[in-house]
Design a protein around this ligand. Structure first.
Ligand code: OGA
Ligand code: MN
Length: 291
């Protein structure tokens, strides 16, 4: 059986269950009750619990269930506390093949046009990103806007920033570990990876360092360069996870994954589960929500 189930629930009661199991157990409740399959589900048990984080998600279950194991795209390294591993499985969501080849072509053709006069930046080795050009864009062709609408429906509950961020990373470019500034970006960051596979590493950090009023409050930064904040102090935690971001997949990085972990994109030929991943030029198209 296949249906789309839109659910809204609070995490505490489901906290220690991996994301897919959560979705499945709620879907079972919906199926049993045989009602409101397409509307928000507010069960008594769910709404009775005080909520620390609430979100709404919409997944096509048949697709989700037939996909072998999404967690094959995760390589957990070093010793992880089990609740943090569960939190990452819940808050870092990968949706393979989110866009088709034709959509990828249309998106890249528009981003190429918009950035054709921009050069790749290599100058400041201190910057979080090396070998890149980027811009924020509001006006998109309707067919590309449709893709973003699909992304927003999938990843966000409520307002997103009006502009979409395009990051064009050269073949030899890298993104160094950083946490996005909480001054300009809310709890969710969602990006489509185009043109190449790559590895994104999430490494546990001390979230206190990135709170507003600390590193976020540095003077003389423009919006362009404060979407990122990379000034990490020496690592206090050893554990990290490598996530294989396949070409044309979508990632949704939220809550714990967004605030407690730095993210970075590894250089080409880095190893994922022992296998070399060639990262060519990569265009990522990223939506964020309001702080
Ligand atoms: C960023 C960033 C990730 C990506 O621009 O801050 O982390 O998917 N980008 O390109
Ligand atoms: Mn970032």
């Amino acid at each position: 059986m296949s249906f789309t189930c839109r659910v809204k629930f609070s995490w505490p009661i489901l906290r220690n269950i991996p994301h897919q199991q959560n979705i499945r157990s709620i879907a079972t409740i919906c199926k049993r009750s045989r009602k409101n399959l397409h509307s928000d589900y507010h069960g008594d048990k769910l709404s009775a619990v005080p909520c620390i984080a609430q979100f709404s998600t919409s997944l096509h279950l048949s697709q989700q269930e037939t996909k072998q194991n999404i967690f094959e795209l995760f390589d957990f390294q070093m010793k992880w506390p089990s609740e943090e591993e569960d939190a990452i499985k819940r808050d870092m969501i990968i949706i393979p093949d989110f866009v088709s080849g034709a959509e990828e072509e249309r998106l890249c053709s528009e981003t190429d046009k918009s950035m054709k006069r921009m050069r790749y930046e290599y100058d400041h080795w201190d910057d979080a990103i090396h070998g890149y050009r980027e811009m924020e864009k509001i006006d998109w062709l309707p067919e590309n806007e449709d893709v973003f609408q699909r992304l927003r429906n999938k990843a966000f509950h409520g307002e997103t920033l009006p502009h979409v961020h395009i990051l064009d990373l050269a073949g030899d470019g890298i993104i160094k570990p950083h946490v996005d500034s909480s001054r300009f970006c809310g709890s969710t960051i969602s990006g489509i990876s185009l043109l190449t596979d790559c590895i994104m590493r999430l490494k546990r950090t001390n979230e206190e360092k990135y709170k507003q009023g600390k590193l976020d409050d540095q003077p003389n930064q423009t919006l362009q360069n404060t979407t990122t904040n990379h000034q990490c102090q020496p690592a206090e935690y050893e554990y990290f996870v490598d996530v294989l971001l396949k070409r044309r997949s979508l990632y949704i990085m939220k809550d714990v994954a967004r605030y407690k972990f730095t993210h970075e994109v590894l250089p080409t030929k880095s190893l994922f589960k022992g296998q070399e991943i060639v990262k060519d030029r990569r265009v990522s198209i990223i939506c964020r929500n309001q702080p």
